[in-house]
Design a protein. Structure first.
Length: 241
């Protein structure tokens, strides 16, 4: 493969990955607690391009933007948001999960659970069971009360680094680093609000347009490379005859 076509093909691949990432961000722009993914690019020297000094762009990895989204009022007493760094801890199917989505509800058994049915963890890994038909009050430190009786306290944790957190689903994270233990967070709990996705819809839409334009330019480059190769072959054949 000639260097022009190789570089253009590499660019097309990275643009396709970028397109998937932006599309996923836009699809979750209204998902509470969703954190947008962004791109980290690198280059590698490609022997297959026919020149060991030829560098080709690659999408090395995605990284998650953990910046806080806007806190939007819902007026539901079981909706809570975090102001500051930290995560709610919930009990997932295979162990603890962490989320910024505080859209909680009561299970038929009275347990405080997420929209997916995962039990919300109290401090120490306990579950929180509330009485139905009674208003819950959740204070800034996560203490849950009903009729003046303390039910428990939401387990709110933070990590020294978010590099070891991997996404699971729309708004959940799993700790992938066994050396990194969660610690108590200093975030403030706000009752009656949810944290909106931190996806900038306008920014993502503009990004999609840019990616599509780049894709078109790279497609033209591939076509030009093919046409140049065709003419070169025809010229060699003409000289040889």
């Amino acid at each position: 493969m000639d260097p022009l076509t190789a570089l253009a093909a590499s660019g097309l691949r990275s643009r396709m990955e970028s397109l998937d990432l932006l599309a996923n961000n836009l699809a979750n722009s209204s998902s509470p607690g969703f954190k947008s993914d962004r791109e980290f690019y690198g280059v590698y020297r490609a022997m297959e391009a026919g020149d060991s000094d030829t560098s080709m762009p690659t999408l090395d990895r995605h990284w998650t933007d953990f910046s806080q989204g806007a806190l939007e009022p819902t007026n539901s007493p079981l909706d809570v948001a975090l102001s500051g760094k930290g995560f709610f801890a919930v009990q997932g199917p295979s162990g603890p999960l962490y989320t910024r989505n505080g859209n909680f509800r009561l299970s038929p058994a009275g347990q405080l659970v997420t929209a997916e049915g995962y039990p919300v963890r109290g401090t120490g890994g306990t579950t929180l069971t509330l009485g139905s038909g009674r208003t819950a009050e959740i204070s800034a430190d996560g203490t849950v009360q009903q009729d003046g009786t303390i039910i428990g306290q939401l387990e709110i944790v933070d990590f020294t680094s978010t590099a070891g957190l991997g996404k699971q689903g729309k708004a959940y994270f799993r700790n992938l680093d066994p050396q990194m233990n969660p610690a108590a967070a200093g975030a403030t709990v706000v009752q009656g609000k949810l944290e909106a996705s931190n996806v900038g819809s306008a920014e993502s839409a503009v990004g999609l347009v840019h990616v599509m334009r780049q894709f078109e330019i790279l497609q033209k480059a591939v076509s030009m490379g093919g046409e140049m190769n065709r003419r070169a072959i025809e010229e060699v054949a003409r000289v040889g005859s």
